[in-house]
Design a protein around this ligand. Structure first.
Ligand code: NAD
Length: 358
């Protein structure tokens, strides 16, 4: 099969880790008889430097003309003082909206080989965890009306949250489907004791639950969820939540897996095209030093094969290769503590390629 992949390398470590994922994809193409065609487009700070805006029109058009998109990361101190609409991060919201990507899937699992990296108590680590966070991506407070004004006490700022029934229904269905393919448990996280949007969220999720009698569904308040994630993460299978709650909780979940350098993500819309990216940022402190852990981006490429191209065997092959490399004790600097010197980005990529065979 032939697939067109748009590469958005972005800033900081973005180019290094995307190049690692491309090497892995090329190996998969050779082994399984596929052809991946790549086109590169500018995004973030590098786009600001080249053409004065973080998300050029050509980038959006190029992504729309592709079967899928692989993104590194955007941002860095060089662009931190620019006004909000010119910040590299603005490009992320823009490209998600342009591609209609309303679902963000963030798996967070504790690798057996990385148990020592988990900051939780030994008995919690012993039980392990493997969850999928389904975050609504194009609605809620990040996209609501916002502004500055002068109020009774002087300067004020406001952001508003709005969710429509349609937005809740479609993300709930994605989550129920995901739960059906996993262990059949869904927890919907909201703040229904305070927020009107959460009360609608809860009502609609309960209605959709009637269509999925094979999936068990429970509600959890977001403050309790933040606590349960560190108290008993094994209880979570699939979690569905709003844009802002998902943003915060998925970072918390990433931290208990050991390293932010391990976690992939997929952003999906109605069709098969998705955008795949590591959950970490551009790591300016280690950019250009061949030190970044490429695994989150390589696993993001595996998610692309699974979710956009329905190539499950190929995705399994990548995930198993990563498992074997970690089990053999190979570590990049973010995972290495004493012992053998850590692998560079390129060396880790080579180890994974070697596990994928000739
Ligand atoms: P970050 O995720 O870039 O880095 C946090 C820490 O984790 C740093 O010490 C970094 O070196 C380390 N780290 C991150 N990824 C790593 C990897 N693959 N291997 C090894 N170590 C890794 O977060 P930050 O420092 O808060 O943000 C840096 C920049 O990235 C900012 O401009 C921020 O806005 C941007 N950002 C972009 C995205 C995105 O593109 N999706 C997401 C988050 C942050």
């Amino acid at each position: 099969m032939q697939y067109k992949i748009a590469l958005l390398r972005g800033d900081g470590i973005g180019p290094e880790i995307v190049d690692s994922a491309v090497e892995v994809l090329d190996k998969i193409a050779a082994r399984f008889g596929h052809e991946f065609q790549y086109e590169s487009y500018l995004i973030g700070g590098s786009a600001i430097d080249a053409c004065g805006e973080p998300l050029p029109k050509e980038t959006v058009e190029g992504c729309l003309a592709s079967d899928s998109v692989l993104l590194g990361a955007v941002g860095g101190p060089k662009w931190d003082t620019l006004p909000g609409n010119l910040r590299p991060e603005k490009a992320l919201l823009g490209i998600r909206a342009a591609l209609g990507l309303f679902t963000n899937l963030r798996p967070a699992k504790l690798y057996h080989a990385l148990r020592e990296e988990c900051p939780l108590r030994a008995d919690i680590v012993e039980r392990g965890f493997d969850m999928m966070i389904v975050r609504e991506l194009t609605g809620g407070i990040y996209f609501g009306e916002r502004g500055m004004r002068v109020g009774k006490y002087g300067e004020e700022a406001f952001d508003t949250e709005c969710y429509s029934r349609m937005e809740i229904e479609r993300i709930a269905r994605v989550a129920f489907e995901a739960a059906r393919k996993r262990r059949g448990n869904l927890i919907s996280i909201d703040k229904a004791n305070v927020l009107e949007t959460s009360r609608l969220w809860r009502k609609v999720v309960h209605e959709i639950a009637l269509e999925y009698s094979d999936v068990s569904c429970a509600d959890m308040l977001v403050d309790n969820a933040a606590m349960q994630l560190v108290r008993n993460p094994a209880q979570f299978d699939v979690v569905v939540t709003s844009n802002m709650f998902g943003d915060i909780l998925s970072d918390e979940a990433s931290q208990i897996t050991g390293s932010i350098g391990m976690l992939p993500s997929a952003s999906l819309g109605e069709g098969t095209r998705g955008m795949y990216e590591p959950i970490h940022g551009s790591a300016p402190d280690i950019a250009g030093q061949n030190k970044a852990n490429p695994i989150a981006t390589i696993l993001s490429a595996a998610m692309m094969l699974r979710y956009s191209f329905a190539l499950a065997d190929e995705a399994d092959a990548i995930e198993q290769a990563v498992d074997r490399v970690l089990a053999a004790g190979w570590r990049t600097a973010d995972l290495a503590h004493g012992g053998a010197p850590p692998l560079t980005t390129k060396e880790m990529t080579q180890k994974i390629l070697a596990e994928l065979g000739e």
